[in-house]
Design a protein around this ligand. Sequence first.
Ligand SMILES: Cc1cc2nc3c(=O)[nH]c(=O)nc-3n(C[C@H](O)[C@H](O)[C@H](O)COP(=O)(O)OP(=O)(O)OC[C@H]3O[C@@H](n4cnc5c(N)ncnc54)[C@H](O)[C@@H]3O)c2cc1C
Length: 432
Amino acid sequence: MSTPSLINILPAAARVAPETPEEVASALAEASRMNRKVVVFSTGHGIPPIGDTSERILLDMSAFDQVEIDPIARVARVGGAVRWQQLVTAAGEFGLTAPFGSAASVGVAGYMMGGGIGFMSRHLGLGCSAIRAAELVTPDGHIRRIDAGSDPDLFWALRGGGGGFGVITALEIELTPVPRMAGGVLGWGIEDAERVLGAWSEWTRQIDDDVTSAVRFMHPPEGPALTVIVVTAPRTAEDLAEVLKPLTDLMPMLNTVRDTDPVAFLGEYTDPDIDPTEPPHVFEHVLLDQLPAEAVQMTAEFAQPLSGCGAMMVEIRHLGGALGRPAYGGGATDRIDGEYSLFVVGFPEAADGMAHAVDVLSDFGRGRTYFNFMPRRTGRQTAHGQETVGRLADLYEAIDPDGLIDHPHPISRTVTVADETATTQVLATIHG
Ligand SMILES: Cc1cc2nc3c(=O)[nH]c(=O)nc-3n(C[C@H](O)[C@H](O)[C@H](O)COP(=O)(O)OP(=O)(O)OC[C@H]3O[C@@H](n4cnc5c(N)ncnc54)[C@H](O)[C@@H]3O)c2cc1C
């Protein structure tokens, strides 16, 4: 499972593809000698905010794609470029899983550096909290294995600190048994947006912590616009159906909720991969604390075709549950400080409408963001808070004093918005 097209069309002259940790160390040394910054990537999904990469060395980690499962210890060892589909499939053979996201094609390491929220997160918690150890090459070329005992500070940073502390060649990830699981989607027309979102908002305020769901208002290229609820729980379908009654009472025209497992669920409901032959997408995001009737009404209006904000998808994820509780021995991101995540995605011509919608709805939060959904090349303050950013910056300055490794979201003590047009620029490069 890969998207070779995305990787292969990055500028070849600036790309290095190491196959061993020693080759990673050599590549870092060579880049340092050439006085060039290094951009690490495994799938390329997360690097667009960097913008123009022509002066950088692109360190393509795609050769690090092995997965090993120890079903007794319930630990997976995954290479630095392994994608979610590979890990979920391999772990699934033993009835185990990891806190997977909503896209099978996203890289496990990149996802976990930023925290990691997905289809079962209220039950399984943040992705990064499942990291037990990391094998990485630090900017000075040392090949190291980091865990809670060997280097507690760096281990803390690797668990949700956003990345940029070295090149990860492998992660050891704790796996969780999932003896039963139910999930699927409920669907209505877009004209039901306000009614469904209102009922869902009410429902999320009383639902048990193991039930994870999101509302999506979707405008597919063909066919009618839809209001969809995606839901999972580690329960039987019969049990989940009971829980969903306030929503199924709204008579969805589609109800696919049934007994399933993580492999089948991710296979069926994964977000589509980025298609480099399509026009580039842009997105906006903010965390919300509440979703009262006023917010429901405005969101439903923004989601309408023609009169709305122009997004292809407006999504609200329910957070809280295990995402809201500080993880035991947690890292730089140990919980998400918000009840809901608002995420909108669309074509560049909708950028102003989408930015306006998110700006208006941000009144229902405190301007906090979730790291992996930050659209622009900004600092990390809105995702991590000032104190955590200070601690991350101390570590970064010690580990990478020359700033060899560049990152989409630089580790800066002050908030920076380097280039608001960067996303469009780099996607143009990729397409070019
Ligand atoms: C379709 C889609 C769906 C998504 N869904 C979710 C979701 O449900 N939940 C969620 O939390 N996020 C989600 N994301 C965001 C995603 O988690 C981030 O964009 C993440 O950074 C992507 O990681 P990657 O390895 O795939 O991308 P890349 O572009 O390869 O990497 C992104 C960054 O991660 C770091 N990185 C990656 N690999 C390594 C490595 N081996 N060593 C060191 N650093 C590394 C680098 O800093 C790199 O700049 C989604 C993104 C897409 C495109």
